[in-house]
Design a protein around this ligand. Structure first.
Ligand SMILES: [Zn+2]
Length: 163
């Protein structure tokens, strides 16, 4: 079965389904994965401009990503050559600097540990911690990677990611 549910992130979807009365043992047996998706506004490609971010801004991105995960997954060091983009505004984007949207994703895999947490009706935080341990990149982490790739800025990531 493939189903769509409106929640803030993948771990919350599990807890929501359990709250809705789904049997935790059947659910744990059946789950393959949960993909969460949020749409974020991207820069207008016509007017976005590169700039060299300050060390403070770089560290803000690392902090929001989670420093440990950042050194494990993102691995983009701060150098003099590091460039990010910023919105400017032009006739194509009604001077907003943003045009179009892009999906941020997080994929939670139904590992043995996750199945056990579901059977025990664990809290969102416990499921989230385990999912990250199992290799999940969170919505916000995916967003920050897309900031580093020049698609959008942290402001837009924060707008759609609670955590
Ligand atoms: Zn523009």
């Amino acid at each position: 079965m493939f189903s769509t549910l409106h929640t803030n992130n993948a771990p919350e979807s599990i807890v929501r389904l359990l709250d809705m009365g789904m049997d935790p043992f059947n659910f744990a047996d059946a789950i393959l994965c949960i993909l969460a998706q949020r749409l974020a506004h991207t820069f207008c490609k016509n007017c976005k401009q590169t700039y060299h971010p300050s060390k403070d801004h770089y560290h803000e991105l690392v902090r929001e990503y989670g420093p440990e995960d950042f050194s494990r997954h993102a691995k983009i060091p701060y150098t003099d050559e590091l460039l990010l983009y910023r919105p400017i505004g032009c006739h194509l984007c009604q001077n907003s600097g943003y045009r179009g949207r892009m999906a941020l994703h997080e994929l939670l895999m139904g590992t043995e540990e996750i199945k056990r947490l579901i059977q025990n009706k664990a809290k969102v935080e416990a499921i989230r911690t385990q999912a990250i341990k199992d290799g999940m990149t969170t919505l916000k982490q995916d967003g920050i990677e897309k900031v580093l790739f020049g698609h959008l800025d942290l402001i837009q990531v924060r707008k759609v990611c609670i955590k």
